[in-house]
Design a protein around this ligand. Sequence first.
Ligand code: UD1
Ligand code: CA
Length: 415
Amino acid sequence: MENTNCVILAAGDGKRMFARSSKVLCEVAYKPMLLWVVDTARQSGIADICCVVSNPDVESAVEGSCSVCWQRERLGTGHAVRSALGFLEARRGQDTLVLLGDAPFMDREAVLGSLELHRQSGACETVISARVKDPTGYGRIVRRNGRMSAIVEELDCDDATRRIDEINSGAAWFRTDQLIEALGRITNDNRKGEYYLTDTIGIFSREGKRVECFTASSPDVVLGANSPLHLLNLNDIAAERAILRHLERGVHFVKRDGVVIGPDVEIAPGATILPGTVLYGSTRVGRGSVIGPNSLLCNVTVGEDTEFNSSQGFDSTIGSGAKIGPFVQIRPGSAIGDRVKIGDFVEIKNSSIGEGTSLAHLTYIGDSDVGRYCNFGCGVVVVNYDGESKNRCTVEDYAFIGCNTNLVSPVRVGR
Ligand code: UD1
Ligand code: CA
């Protein structure tokens, strides 16, 4: 989208969340909240994104995909945007979208709907609001004769204002030039002693400049997490939404219990997801495959008509017509061929397994290339590490390895 840019507020610690690092890295459906927000900006067509950070972990989470500005002290949302002044100065003449890094369900519909209102009305600022059942904790949208006249934070509310159920999502479009000008005039004269970005409404209004408010159709756009309970609620919503999204496309489920599907997962129609299954990252599941019960796949591509039962897989590919599980672990860097059979207590790491090969029980294959239609007896172990370095084994097509064999790498087993 032309002449647009986005500033995402992602500074602050994780104290109230009891998080290891920053709150915005807390995960919803196994994806950090901040990355949900970055994707919303991207999916709305905004290519030019700057994250305001105060933590090196957050910087590395977005490095390479976004610009980064540092906010050394957490002095409020207005101060946070001011930390991105350099980014904004270089983008004069555009429109700036400010998003909050802890509101993962802000959506494309609200971002684009509010931009349309913003541009058609010629407003300096267009806030995205929503009507909610419980407005506690949020900034209230105060309207006079139907038009927004102010946003009042919870702490600064009188009783009547506190009852208003239309609240500020924290996201807003600004004319970049007007934003730069207003940032210099925000003060911290309020109960919290913070520089509130929402004060720009008053600044523009007092000068007779136009401000607008776009009410989002989904109240979820405002939801954020200030406590572990809030985060759990966001996860519940994300899980239910993901199931509905895949049901509509023809994916089968027998029960919702324990099913968690990340926002970037793709599942073909006709696949079945059984209880206790967690799919995340860029996992892909093909038509007719059955995943679960009690399975986990992270960044794994699964072909068609494959069974994956009570097992785990990471950063790997699995072909079609394979039977995996129960109790298998497929570790990163593995490529499992079509119609491979892997049975209980087998671990595969950084290895390729050719079409039709069978590893039925109690086996470890690490750093190896195994051919097609091989048979591994019970208890075969690749000894890939000699204490100093790792070596690779090669097993050629049609090999038959007997029970309890240790292949001390590097070994080549012929065809
Ligand atoms: C803010 C809004 C409120 C709105 C609510 C929606 C203001 C003054 N208030 O309140 O009207 O209803 O969001 O959730 O804007 N952040 C920084 N640096 C700071 C302060 C905050 O980066 O110095 C980031 C935080 O990481 C967070 C976001 O900005 O992602 C919102 O900050 P927070 O303090 O949670 O704002 P609220 O008080 O919830
Ligand atoms: Ca908040």
